[in-house]
Design a protein around this ligand. Structure first.
Ligand SMILES: Cc1cc2nc3c(=O)[nH]c(=O)nc-3n(C[C@H](O)[C@H](O)[C@H](O)COP(=O)(O)O)c2cc1C
Ligand code: SF4
Ligand code: SF4
Length: 359
C-alpha cells in the first residue's frame, strides 16, 4: 500500500487532501462530515467578526468541473465559531485550519481566540494584497500555531507579496484563491449568471494554480498548499509534482459530494502502485528542475502504436499544416518537410497510440 502521508508546517497529514475554505466547511457539522469522508485537514469557511449575508443565488455550475460564485465569508459570526463551531482536538483525528480574514485589525482581534478554541493552524486571507504581510505579522505575534497565508492570482505582484509574507514569518502559503472577477451571461434571459461579476474556481483555473505553485516553489523552500481545479487523483499528483506539499480542493467535492475524497484517495493509491511509487512525497517538485531547462528546438520524433490506434482521425484533423495522414490500411503518414513540430497531434490522441518520443 503506497504511503500518502505528507507533512505541512511540521504537522503530519494522513493524506495530501485538504478541504479548502468554502461552503462545505460552513460549520462544525461541515468540517466533521469532511473529516469522516477522508479529508486529512479542513479549512473553515473564512471567519470574520460579523456574519455575511450572501446574495441569492450565489453559486452556479459552469459545466466541465468549474463554478462561479459571489459568496462572501462565513454566514456565522466569529463568536459562534469560537464557542461552538471549532470542534475540540479531542473530538477529531484530523487537522483543523481556521480561515481568518480580511484585515490586520481582524487578525489582532481573532487570531488568539481561534487558536485557543482549538484551531491547529490559521490560514489568513484578504482581498487586498497589501494587507497580507501585516496580517501575517499580527498573527505571528498572537499565536504559536503555524500560520498559512492564502494568495490570489488576481494580485499582479503576487511573488513580492509571498516574499513579504515569508519575511513577516508565514509558515506556509496556500495558492490559490478563486480568481476573477469573471462573467457568464445566460443567453436565454440576457442576464449575468449570478446577477453580477463573480469568482471562478475548479478545472478552469488549474493550469494557473499549477504555475503559481511552481513559481513559489522555485523561489522558496516553503510548504505550499496547492489549491485550484484539482478534480482527479492525477491532478493531485500533478500539483505535488509542481511542488505542493499538500493539496487543497473545494469545487470537486462540492459538485460531486464528499464521497469524492474516498474515491480520489483510492485512485491515488492505485496510480502510485501502477507507477511503482511507494511514497507520494517522493514526487514533490519533480517538474521543477525541467522548468529551468532551455526550450528545445530539435525537431520532434514520434512513436506510433498501430494496435492502440482507433483511426479516429483527430491527429490528422488538428494539423494546421496538413502534415499528417492515415493510410487506408491504418499506417500513420507524416510529411516531415511540412511538419513544424508543434506537438498538437500527439497531445489530442485519446488512446496514446501517437506519442512524442522523449529525448
Ligand atoms: C463557493 C465557494 C466559496 C468559497 N469561499 C471561500 C472563503 O470563504 N474563503 C477562502 O479563502 N476561499 C474561499 N473559496 C476558494 C476556495 O477555498 C479555493 O481556494 C478555490 O475555490 C480554488 O480551489 P477549487 O478549484 O478546488 O475550488 C471559495 C470557493 C468557492 C467555490
Ligand atoms: S507536430 Fe504539429 S505540424 Fe507536425 S504533424 Fe503534428 S500537428 Fe502537424
Ligand atoms: S488521434 Fe490517435 S487514435 Fe486517433 S487516429 Fe490519431 S493516432 Fe489513431
Amino acid at each position: 500500500m503506497p504511503d500518502l502521508t505528507v507533512t505541512l508546517c511540521g504537522i503530519e497529514l494522513k493524506n495530501p487532501l485538504i478541504l479548502a475554505s468554502g461552503p462545505l466547511s460552513w460549520s462544525a457539522a461541515g468540517t466533521r462530515a469532511a473529516f469522516a469522508a477522508g479529508a486529512a485537514a479542513v479549512v473553515t469557511k473564512t471567519i470574520r467578526p460579523q456574519a455575511t449575508v450572501n446574495p441569492a443565488p450565489h453559486i452556479a455550475a459552469l459545466g466541465r468541473g468549474s463554478l462561479l460564485n459571489t459568496e462572501g465569508w462565513s454566514d456565522l459570526p466569529a463568536k459562534q465559531w469560537i464557542k461552538r463551531e471549532l470542534p475540540a482536538p479531542a473530538d477529531r483525528d484530523c487537522v483543523l485550519i481556521a480561515s481568518l480574514g480580511h484585515t490586520p485589525a481582524e487578525v489582532v482581534r481573532l487570531a488568539r481566540p481561534l487558536a485557543e478554541a482549538g484551531a491547529d493552524m490559521l490560514e489568513l486571507v484578504s482581498y487586498q494584497a497589501e494587507d497580507a504581510a501585516p496580517m501575517v505579522a499580527a498573527a505571528k505575534r498572537a499565536v504559536s500555531v503555524p500560520v498559512l497565508v492564502k494568495v490570489s492570482a488576481n494580485w499582479p505582484e503576487l511573488l513580492e507579496v509571498v516574499e513579504a509574507c515569508l519575511r513577516a514569518g508565514a509558515d506556509g502559503i496556500t495558492a490559490i484563491d478563486s480568481i476573477g472577477p469573471a462573467l457568464r451571461v445566460d443567453v436565454e434571459t440576457g442576464r449575468p449568471l449570478l446577477g453580477s461579476f463573480a469568482w471562478l474556481s475548479g478545472a478552469a483555473i488549474r493550469p494557473l494554480a499549477l504555475r503559481i505553485v511552481a513559481e513559489i516553489c522555485l523561489r522558496h523552500n516553503v510548504p505550499v498548499v496547492g489549491t485550484g481545479g484539482v478534480g482527479r487523483a492525477e491532478d493531485v499528483v500533478e500539483m505535488v509534482m509542481a511542488g505542493a506539499a499538500a493539496v487543497g480542493v473545494h469545487t470537486a467535492p462540492l459538485l460531486q459530494g464528499l464521497g469524492w475524497f474516498g474515491k480520489t484517495l483510492a485512485r491515488l493509491e492505485g496510480w502510485l502502485d501502477e507507477h511503482s511509487h511507494a511514497y507520494l512525497s517522493d514526487l514533490r517538485g519533480l517538474a521543477l528542475p525541467h522548468l529551468q531547462e532551455p526550450a528545445s528546438h530539435t525537431p520532434l520524433t514520434f512513436a506510433f502504436d498501430v494496435e492502440l490506434c482507433t483511426q479516429c482521425d483527430r491527429c490528422v484533423t488538428v494539423c494546421a499544416y496538413r502534415a499528417r495522414d492515415l493510410s487506408p490500411d491504418g499506417q500513420m503518414l507524416l510529411d516531415e518537410a511540412a511538419c513544424r513540430s508543434c506537438g498538437l497531434c500527439a497531445s489530442v490522441c485519446p488512446t496514446g497510440a501517437l506519442r512524442v518520443a522523449l529525448p
